[in-house]
Design a protein around this ligand. Structure first.
Ligand code: GDP
Ligand code: MG
Length: 219
């Protein structure tokens, strides 16, 4: 699958067994909301003001420590355009968590959240965790969605809400860490219920592995 314009050199995809868990996470939301910027801010700690639409799907890997566990996050960046829906929905199935992103300065992206949420519910593993993010909080002058509206929507969907800025590095890390903690809690619950439980996202399906190899990731 093709990749976007971002420098992928720093993405760490080397074979590495030094982790306790691997969680697969997807970032979804309308095109232009800042999904790629959000991912690049978290993984590479940089921001580019240019907008080049992501084609298809791409991913980065980030390791983090939470509660004494080394967690390897495989974060998939999807393209929001409708014409890529058929590709991206196939990836929903193996994901353990979703970051559902909208643009605080774009009402359409906010109104689309319910649709994205239903797609997640329809397509993903039943225990997948979701957090809602209103991105571009740095654009205070042009924001059209209030904090209350965001919180209300998140509450109606039964999920957590963050206002973030990939540009100013506000709440990006916190969003990912919260999602990781939610996934860990869910996993602990599932293991308690069924000791033979193997989380779906922790072992990439063969098809995903193939996709990874052909993704054009330069690392
Ligand atoms: P995607 O289509 O959802 O992947 O969106 P992009 O990550 O490509 O971002 C779309 C545009 O919004 C780009 O021009 C980004 O530079 C800009 N952008 C993304 N996040 C922010 C942010 O937090 N603040 C501001 N001011 N601009 C942002
Ligand atoms: Mg993108």
């Amino acid at each position: 699958m093709a990749t976007d314009h971002h420098d992928l050199d720093s993405c760490d995809t080397a074979v590495d067994a030094n982790f306790d868990y691997m969680y697969k996470v997807l970032i979804v939301g309308n095109s232009g909301s800042g999904k790629t910027a959000f991912l690049v801010r978290y993984c590479d700690d940089c921001f580019s003001p240019s907008f080049v639409a992501t084609v298809g799907i791409d991913f980065k890997v980030k390791s983090l420590f939470r509660q004494d566990k080394r967690i390897k996050l495989q974060i998939w960046d999807t393209a929001g355009q409708e014409r890529y829906r058929t590709i991206t929905t196939a990836y929903y199935r193996g994901a353990m968590g979703f970051i559902l992103l909208f643009d605080l300065t774009n009402e359409e992206s906010f109104l689309a959240v319910k649709g994205w949420s239903s797609t997640i519910k329809d397509m993903s593993w039943e225990n997948a965790q979701v957090v809602l993010v209103g991105n571009k909080s740095d654009l205070t002058e042009s924001r059209v969605i209030t904090k209350e509206q965001g919180m209300e929507l998140a509450q109606s969907l039964g999920i957590e809400y963050f206002e973030a800025s990939a540009k100013e590095d506000i709440n990006v890390k916190q969003t990912f860490e919260t999602l990781v903690d939610l996934i860990s809690e869910k996993m602990a619950e599932s293991i308690e219920k069924n000791p033979n439980f193997v989380p779906r996202g922790s072992r990439p399906r063969q098809a995903d592995t193939k996709e990874v190899q052909t993704s054009g990731c330069a690392c």
